[in-house]
Design a protein around this ligand. Structure first.
Ligand SMILES: [Cu+2]
Length: 351
């Protein structure tokens, strides 16, 4: 019996030793995991800071690298205002971006898991904080929107009375540019009269104002420097968009609707060649609306020149009528002095 009790005691001691060993092993495993967790946390927290610094450096480098791809100075007053609006917006959002991102990544580092910190500070809300972070962005946004609206009203405002009127019509896939000719009045056009052989814009030959209209099918538009221009924009088929990157303007060309765009070019093509150091510089008309398989080829050009150069060029342009000799009704000769109200002419235009 005594032997059996001794055997049980020895067994008990072995069980106890085994259990102590096992629990200390488990404890060391737990302690080890905690250690690994802390170390990983520290690495990730530091990587957050590195990522932020590299990210900001990358943005800076990108900016430097692509500087050469930036557009040259805006070539009209509206464009200058648009650029300054863009810079103000970029500055405001840039400061906010930098501040919030710096705090975000810094906090990820500063408030990483730590044995020293066992509890966090908690508050449900702060009225003054709410007021501050609502009021400041609201004021900033209101100012930005107000600047934008002012510019938008300027772009869409009626053109000055002395503005030259030029019509630009998109078709798959090029631009047709029409000038009013000597009578300074664009004639009525009708889409039912369009034919590619000798009436690309569907000019209604019964309207005498069409007799001296000039059409350029090469997509080249001539404008006079410092003279306001009003573009009458239309389309023959699908929606195109008159994109004028150097003037920072664009406007949709919608079939059946006549849209307008007015601006005053302030830099001649020749001056721009000097400014950009590019002897081949041309102002571009790009179609800004994906309009079909040949969309990429809808590139037009604008020549901005002095009044004398423009007059000399204009004097050489044949009228569309004389160039195409349509067999239909001849425009009534000698009736070109009759002045119709510009509004009425626009209304009568059927795209
Ligand atoms: Cu197009």
């Amino acid at each position: 019996m005594a032997g059996f009790i001794i055997f049980l005691l020895v067994l008990l001691v072995f069980v106890i030793i085994y259990q102590i060993g096992k629990s200390s092993e488990l404890a060391s495993i737990i302690r080890g995991e905690e250690y690994v967790k802390l170390k990983t946390n520290r690495t990730i927290a530091s990587l957050f800071v590195v990522f932020f610094i590299l990210g900001i450096y990358g943005i800076w480098k990108c900016n430097e690298y692509f500087k050469g791809m930036m557009l040259p100075v805006a070539a009209c007053k509206t464009g200058e205002r648009y650029d300054s609006m863009f810079m103000v917006t970029l500055a405001v959002t840039g400061v906010v971006f930098f501040a919030t991102q710096a705090v975000l990544f810094w906090f990820a580092f500063k408030y990483q898991s730590s044995e020293k910190r066992k509890s966090s500070y908690f508050f449900s809300h702060s009225n003054s904080l709410e007021v501050i972070w609502t009021t400041i962005p609201a004021i900033a946004m209101t100012i930005l929107v107000a600047i934008g609206l002012r510019n938008w009203f300027e772009v869409t405002a009626p053109a000055p009375a002395n503005a030259m009127v030029v019509e630009i019509v998109g078709k798959q896939f090029n631009w047709l540019v029409r000038y009013p000719g000597k009578d300074n009045e664009l004639g009525v056009r009708d889409f039912r009269k369009i034919n590619d052989a000798n009436n690309v814009l569907g000019l209604d030959w019964s309207d005498p104002h069409n007799a001296d209209d000039i059409i350029s099918a090469t997509g080249e538009m001539h404008l006079v420097v410092n003279r306001p221009v009003k573009l009458l924009i239309g389309s023959r088929d699908v929606i195109h968009d008159v994109g004028l990157p150097h003037f920072r303007l664009k406007m949709d060309a919608v079939p059946g609707i006549s849209s307008t765009l007015s601006f005053t070019p302030t830099i001649t093509t020749a001056e721009m060649k000097t400014k950009t150091g590019n002897p081949d510089f041309v102002y571009e008309i790009a179609c800004d609306q994906l309009c079909g398989s040949g969309h990429y080829s809808m590139r037009g050009t604008i020549i901005v020149e002095t009044q004398e150069e423009y007059d000399a060029w204009m004097a050489k342009q044949p009228t569309y009528y004389s160039n195409n000799k349509p067999t239909e009704v001849k425009p009534v000769a000698g009736n070109t002095t009759e002045k119709a109200e510009p509004k009425a002419t626009e209304k009568a235009m059927i795209n």
